[in-house]
Design a protein around this ligand. Sequence first.
Ligand code: BES
Ligand code: MN
Ligand code: ZN
Length: 505
Amino acid sequence: MKTTISLSTPAELETESLVVIALNQADPAQTEKNKNKDAKPQLKLATSDPAVPSVTADLLSSGEVTGRPFETNLLHKPAGLKAKRLLVISGGPAKKFTSYDLRRVAGTAVRTLKSRGIRSFAFIAPPGIPAEEAVRAIVEGALVGNFDPDYYRSDRKDQKIDALTILTTGDKSALEKVANEAQVIGDSQNFTRDLVNEPSNRMTPTILADRAKKMCEEVGLKCEVFGADKIKEMKMGAFWSVAQGSDEPPALIVMKYEPSGAPEKPVLGLVGKGITFDTGGISIKPADGMEKMKYDMAGGATMIGAMRAIALLKPKVKVIGIVCATENMPSGKAQKPGDVQIAMSGKSIEIINTDAEGRLVLADGLFYARQLGCTHLVDAATLTGAVVVALGYANAGVFANDDAIYERFHKANAEAGEKMWRLPLDDEYKENIKSTIADMVNSGGRWGGAINAAMFLQEFAEDTPWIHLDIAGTAWMEDQKPWIAKGPSGIALRSLVEFVKSYAS
Ligand code: BES
Ligand code: MN
Ligand code: ZN
């Protein structure tokens, strides 16, 4: 998708479709207080060009438009405009409208128009949001909307928007720079979604490593891939305990971004869970829904996509990306409940449940990152069903062993427009992962399951400032939404890139 910044008057622009947001000026608090949810919306278009509202006056006063978020109305041959069509998208209450909503409206515009065979359009940036923030949100949101997962359908239409014009005001070259950066981030998010979308027979650890290598070559990153022999030689007993059960060879993917002029420290480590299929192992999962476990490599794919974006955006800070990729299979070679494994750090682990495999591969991934000199760590993983019980599908779980790194991440997260919620790491939970035979067990039971998993990882991050993202509930959209297809979401990539950038300034 090509993006152009235009300072033209919307009415004067020739385009397949102009897109404008309608915001409800009625005070949402008042509407709710009066229990008058059917109160007539006071809709106003978010544009400063008076020619556009005059076209929609009849539509907006007709009573047919509710103003609810993502409602769309398409007018053809709008009088007085040079555009062939005018798409009006409701954005909800004006008072609550932020760039978070703007991303979704932009995605909705893309999905509405591309399904009609339209390839290009112009989006009016709402004047209520600072121009740079708006441009970023529109480009990123549009790219998210442009992705569809139906790769293997014979009737795949592969409809895409090819060209987006953003109508705004301000410093054109500064806004173009913002748009280019947003394009890199949005493309990288879709790159990640492509990896996550592939089924496990087409996305083995070897294929994932090959895709990472190819990407690294394209953007100029160092990339090394280690196999079973090296994993065993490095004494990654936790990682290997999962990999030993599969006929597919594991891959330890190490990507390095070392820009000239970057200080020696910090070195940021991005560690991803790359389970290309999670059967549960000997503690096998029920058949129902098991097909979804192809997305258990989403954390790893997020790190590969984030490294792509970082390499292209070139912040002056060192970053190492590590993905521990393997299948989790039951077999005659698979580990069994009760087995004791020694992690790379030397700590011993009693395997209670072979389905708690993500924390095993990450234990060695995190420790290895520290050995490579990482001073700050972030991991991302579809780690627990329990985080979905705690936070549902709306928020990813965030854990941190240090308040300063959490604050920095939280800020990056808000700027990236992703929803995440912090969960605690209190010492009380340590009880849950105590073992009688070893240093710890790999499963602390059902209660507080997402926290128990994070407590386990903390044993390997130790005192290195560390963020853990549990994206089990957010890496896959269970349903399609107006702004995004059903399937891989690409969650966390934008926050990670923003977080990395924060160390460069
Ligand atoms: N990959 C799963 C977690 C998961 C669940 C991801 C649902 C996406 C959607 C993970 O490896 C797992 O199986 N976790 C177990 C841990 C338990 C055995 C302690 C779980 O959550 O049930
Ligand atoms: Mn599992
Ligand atoms: Zn898993």
